[in-house]
Each structure stands twice: as structure tokens, then as C-alpha cells.
Design a binder for this molecule. Structure first.
Ligand code: FES
Ligand code: FES
Length: 225
């Protein structure tokens, strides 16, 4: 049988400051490339390829892009920045703002949210309305938006004043308030979720529902099982 030949494209782009020579399917999504080829798991797969949750947001030439709906051909000659490529000092300030203001819980949506507001946070003054408008296309299923907005405003103010936001030190005694546990790894997207795990020899399973849900099962052919 004739093998299906995938379309290939050779192109160059920058990823977090490094020049990449890409040779492959021009229709492959940037999110799949980042997660499966580069093993950068900060863009999370929340709804691919629907493009509605914003969890996979990255920057393309400084503009926010949902990586799950961006084919590789769109990246040619451009620069992609993920969470890993952000200015480390500014990133720490933003993450600490989220940790202190309670702007994250499970953290799945947080890297995408931070990438989405990053240009706004760095533009100088930003209003609550601008933040909320930007977050219209980012879904958070457990924190809600009030604390996320508060975190963004706090981070923006610190960045504007060239100030740092430090996490409070704590002795861990009962009654002391602590910042969110593991917030750094969650907010940067380093903390792996189920879809981020990879093991040698790992196999994937998929649910297959019956095409005839009301049928009476008379016999099951297990010969291929
Ligand atoms: S995974 Fe890309 S928008 Fe949801
Ligand atoms: S923090 Fe859990 S979905 Fe947003």
C-alpha cells in the first residue's frame, strides 16, 4: 500500500531567543509543536483545537496568540515567546502577585492568563476594565476572575514603579497566612498535569461509546482483544 506523504515545509523562526529550523508539516499546530517536540508544557491544552479557553496563549512578535489554532506556517520568520522566554525578574513579580492575591487555585489556566495580560502589564498604566476585557477570552474554571484581576492590577503597579513583589516569609505556625502552595510552579506552567505526563512505553487509551447504546449485548467477540 502506498504510504501517505505528509506535506513538509522548511522554515526558520525564533523560539524564546533561539533560532529554530523547522522541517515538517506546515499545518501542525504551534501548541502541538511546543508541547510534543520542544517539550514546553507551559501552554496548556484546555480545549484544542477549539481555540476558546486561552490556556495555550503565547506571544507571536509581541502579540498574544492561541497556539492551538495557529499552524506552523504562520510562525515562519517570526518570534514565539512562551512563559519560559519572559523577563525572569518581571515574571517573578507577576507570579508573586498572583500568589499573594490568591489569583490561582489549580493553576491550569494561569500561564495562559499571564501570557494574555503580559503586554498590558508592561504597557505602563492599565485599567481594571482593560484587564477584564483582555480576560474575556480566557476561561478559568476554579478561581473566578475577581482575584485574577486584582493580581494583574497589583503586578502592573509593581512593574510600572520598577518595584518587586516579594512573597512573605513565614515560620509556618498555625494562624499565619501563607501564599498559595506551589504557586510558582503552577503559575509558570512547570507543574505537570495529566496531559503533560510522559513515560517510556506510555500508551494512550480512548473511550469508545457504543454506536448502538440501546442494543442488547448478546455476544462479545474478544478475539482481537
Ligand atoms: S487550548 Fe488553545 S484556546 Fe484552549
Ligand atoms: S485556576 Fe483552575 S482553572 Fe483557573
Amino acid at each position: 500500500m502506498e504510504k501517505i506523504k505528509l506535506k513538509e515545509q522548511t522554515m526558520e523562526f525564533k523560539l524564546n531567543g533561539t533560532t529554530i529550523n523547522y522541517e515538517g508539516d506546515p499545518e501542525l499546530s504551534l501548541m502541538t509543536y511546543l508541547r510534543d517536540v520542544e517539550e514546553i508544557i507551559s501552554p496548556k491544552d484546555g480545549c484544542a483545537p477549539e481555540g476558546v479557553c486561552g490556556c495555550c496563549s503565547v506571544l507571536l512578535d509581541g502579540n498574544v496568540l492561541k497556539a492551538c489554532i495557529a499552524p506552523m506556517r504562520r510562525i515562519a520568520g517570526k518570534e514565539v515567546i512562551t512563559m519560559e522566554g519572559l523577563d525572569p525578574g518581571k515574571k517573578e513579580t507577576v507570579i508573586n502577585a498572583f500568589a499573594i492575591e490568591g489569583g490561582l487555585q489549580c493553576g491550569f489556566c494561569t500561564p495562559g492568563i499571564i501570557m494574555k495580560v503580559w503586554p498590558l502589564l508592561n504597557q505602563g498604566f492599565v485599567t481594571e476594565k482593560e484587564i477584564n476585557k483582555a480576560l474575556n477570552s480566557n476561561l478559568c474554571r476554579c478561581t473566578g476572575y475577581k482575584k485574577v484581576t486584582k493580581s494583574c492590577l497589583s503586578a502592573a503597579e509593581a512593574l510600572r514603579n520598577n518595584a518587586k513583589i516579594e512573597l512573605p516569609q513565614s515560620s509556618g505556625k498555625v494562624g499565619e497566612s501563607l501564599p498559595k502552595y506551589d504557586s510558582l510552579r503552577l503559575a509558570t506552567g512547570e507543574a505537570p498535569y495529566v496531559a503533560d505526563l510522559k513515560f517510556e512505553g506510555m500508551v494512550h487509551g480512548a473511550m469508545k461509546f457504543s454506536d448502538h447504546p440501546r442494543a442488547k449485548v448478546l455476544k462479545i467477540n474478544t478475539s482481537v482483544a
